[in-house]
Design a protein around this ligand. Structure first.
Ligand code: FPP
Length: 270
């Protein structure tokens, strides 16, 4: 948290927002559906590629802010298994932007202690994009401050299918349990997302981290991804901190009241 305050001037409105956060209750894992690049471009009479290009700066800001805040994991939905249905030129633009981002940002990722990883069926990526991505994953593998998962050629259903097949291939046969599936997910060993942010107002999960979002807090903003600023991210975290997370149970004080009432009525199960 202090590392973020260090770069915010005394008059910066983001400073007030950052200072309002409780550093002990930050989400450990934030996942983002970066949506609205196409609409951003359409509204300006620009080609869709311009929207994707404008989406790179919010990626840079989100990575830096999460690293400085002390978030442990950030997962960004960069390309879904369904995105191949888009025109070839748009898909090519996305691969080019990925390579440009990696080349340009690698020194900054190193400075911010960011470890890059990619989740998805990477074998289908164009060879140059895959090579550069894996080289960046290797170069940043010793960094420990923030883990950034780039979800690329990613699908939530595909991930679950891949996990079950990997388990079976490894001799983990029926009965398949939740623990077994988790062990083979692309995100094995990572905490589930506490907060999922989706930009551009769509109320959908869009095949993103289907298994892992079971108890995530969802935050949808109308802001289009290229317009997503640090204040939007901090507001999402502030809203997360106002949520009452129960994971299917009851809040602690409520649970105690219920137990006392049950004891008084003589119907306690204890
Ligand atoms: C969804 O907007 C966005 C994508 C499919 C691509 C996300 C890519 C970036 C933010 C560019 C750079 C990424 C990295 C990791 C360097 P959309 O095109 O579906 O928007 P629309 O719904 O308005 O059409």
């Amino acid at each position: 948290m202090q590392a973020l305050l260090d770069i915010l001037g005394p008059e910066d409105p983001d400073r007030v927002l950052a200072e309002s956060l409780d550093p002990r209750r930050l989400p450990r894992h934030i996942a983002v559906i970066m949506d609205g690049n196409g609409r951003w471009a359409n509204r300006r009479n620009l080609p869709r590629a311009a929207g994707h290009k404008a989406g790179v700066e919010p990626v840079r800001m989100t990575v830096e802010t999460c690293s400085r805040l002390g978030v442990e994991v950030l997962t960004l939905y960069a390309f879904s298994v369904e995105n191949w249905k888009r025109p070839r030129a748009e898909v090519d633009t996305l691969w080019r932007l990925l390579r440009v981002y990696i080349r340009k940002e690698l020194p900054e990722l190193m400075r911010n202690g960011v470890r890059l990883r990619a989740i998805g069926r990477l074998e289908a990526l164009p060879p140059a994009a895959r090579r550069e991505l894996l080289a960046a994953v290797e170069a940043t593998s010793g960094n420990r401050r923030l883990l950034v998962n780039l979800a690329i050629n990613y699908g939530g259903r595909t991930e679950i299918v891949d996990a079950v097949n990997a388990a079976l291939a490894n001799g983990d046969c029926a009965p398949i349990t939740e623990d077994i599936v988790e062990r083979y997910l692309y995100t094995a060993g990572l905490p589930d997302p506490d907060l999922v942010i989706r930009t551009s107002g769509e109320m959908r999960v869009s095949n993103f981290l289907l298994w892992q979002v079971a108890y995530s807090e969802l935050y949808v903003t109308d802001t289009l991804w290229p317009d997503f600023r640090r204040s939007d991210l901090l507001q999402a975290i502030a809203e997360y901190q106002r949520r009452d997370r129960r994971f299917g149970g009851l809040r602690a004080p409520r649970a105690e009241i219920e137990e006392a009432a049950e004891a008084a009525l003589g119907i306690s199960s204890r």
